[in-house]
Design a protein around this ligand. Sequence first.
Ligand code: SAH
Length: 248
Amino acid sequence: MRLKKHYGQHLLVSSGVLKKIVEEAELSSGDAVVEIGPGTGNLTREILKAPIKELHCLEIDPQMVEEVKKIQDQRLKVYNADASKFDYCKFGHSLKLLGNLPYNVASLILENTVFCYRCVVLAVFMVQKEVAEKLIEGSSWLGCFLKTFFHISYMMTVPPRFFIPPPKVQSAVIKLVRKEDQEIDPKSYKEFLTTLFSFKRKTLRNKFPEDLLRQAGLDPKKRAEQLSLEEIKKLYWVISSKSPYPPP
Ligand code: SAH
């Protein structure tokens, strides 16, 4: 089969890494699992070895959909859909997400995972190593977005030779575990974070009213990347309770 570069098709062929991804998801009976980008089904088969209740696969390439459908298992459902736009909560209220993500849309899928955080308890994803490191560092809007809703941990580095065809970069497996009691609306929080992290070199007072910054206990001369996640959340609360801002 010809693999499509524009769909980020790099098949994971290391049985050790496939096992590790499934192991990290701590699957048990009764689990409803969603796999993003099953491709030819390498990870799908490994997931189905676990005693789960059901597995929903989201795959954008119709040809791959036909491939995965060849797997005979009552628990498997395959959908031809774009996982970066799909509402995962349609599959249940307590889901585990797994996937060797297509690298060109990995950020969008991570963002979508946050938008669906109410129904996602855990996710184990393969992404580019550089993306994994940046997210964990938390100095980007997406890193903060993820870290507000999930604990992120770096599981392992995966070299290019474990894929067919090998990608140009190193990859990494990350694990997201939902933080409980987050009562933040992802939509307005995203707007706030993208404003906060826009124009990296600008100071906070160029982006938000100074009185609100002081109210949040922040030095207006600081920059976004100098703030801790706690400070960022505090600023969000101050600003969102004053919104629309700036005040008249
Ligand atoms: N899980 C397989 C394939 C990973 S490659 C394996 O590890 O071997 C990434 C897969 O994601 C490809 O099958 C690609 O067609 C699919 N894909 C790409 N963009 C997608 C999107 N927006 N939504 C769902 N699947 C997508």
